[in-house]
Design a protein around this ligand. Structure first.
Ligand SMILES: [Mg+2]
Length: 174
């Protein structure tokens, strides 16, 4: 059997990033809105703030888990825009809360996922960001793309998007 090549975004898919981000924004700015959230996010991504990443709680989404822990042989790639300096902390977190074996690969500093997913010839890719999902389907049409449902992406109407694009460019919700 051919091994599957699977890709997973981390924050919002495996790690509960948004509530932790909002808590930090509230702590620093006294208010959580789009602006303070973006400022906080930029600040977290910019600094070597390992304690933030280590404390994130894991998410357990069955639709992701059935692929992540599948008995089908697979290559797993964890693809995140977290800065490269977080690589050891992220690996340790994955080992503790999700899974990370010697054959798994972590790619940090991935701001745009499309080219990476295409270059790795992934069979399936999971992300909570509709923009990233759309980019991946465009750059890597053979990859099955799964948008992981989160409160912050309910605005994205997948049916409309799929209708507006040709049949090869499809996004599925899990
Ligand atoms: Mg994400």
């Amino acid at each position: 059997m051919k091994a599957l090549r699977l890709g997973f975004d981390i924050d919002g898919v495996l790690a509960d990033f948004r509530p932790a981000l909002d808590a930090r924004a509230l702590e620093r700015y006294g208010v959580v809105n789009t602006e303070t959230r973006l400022q906080m996010e930029a600040s977290i991504l910019d600094k070597e703030d390992f304690s933030f990443w280590r404390r994130l709680k894991p998410l357990h989404e069955p639709g992701v888990g059935q692929w992540l822990y599948s008995s089908t042989p697979s290559y797993r790639y964890f693809i995140t825009r977290r800065p490269p300096c977080t690589t050891p902390a992220t690996q340790a977190w994955l080992r503790q809360y999700v899974v990370f074996s010697d054959s798994d690969i972590l790619i940090t500093g991935a701001v745009e996922k499309g080219d990476i997913v295409a270059g790795l010839f992934l069979d399936a890719y999971f992300d909570d960001d509709p923009i990233q999902c759309a980019q991946v389907t465009t750059k890597s049409p053979k990859t099955q793309v799964f948008l992981v449902s989160r409160p912050h992406n309910v605005w994205f109407d997948m049916n409309v998007w799929n209708r507006e694009h040709n049949s090869r460019e499809r996004i599925y919700r899990v």
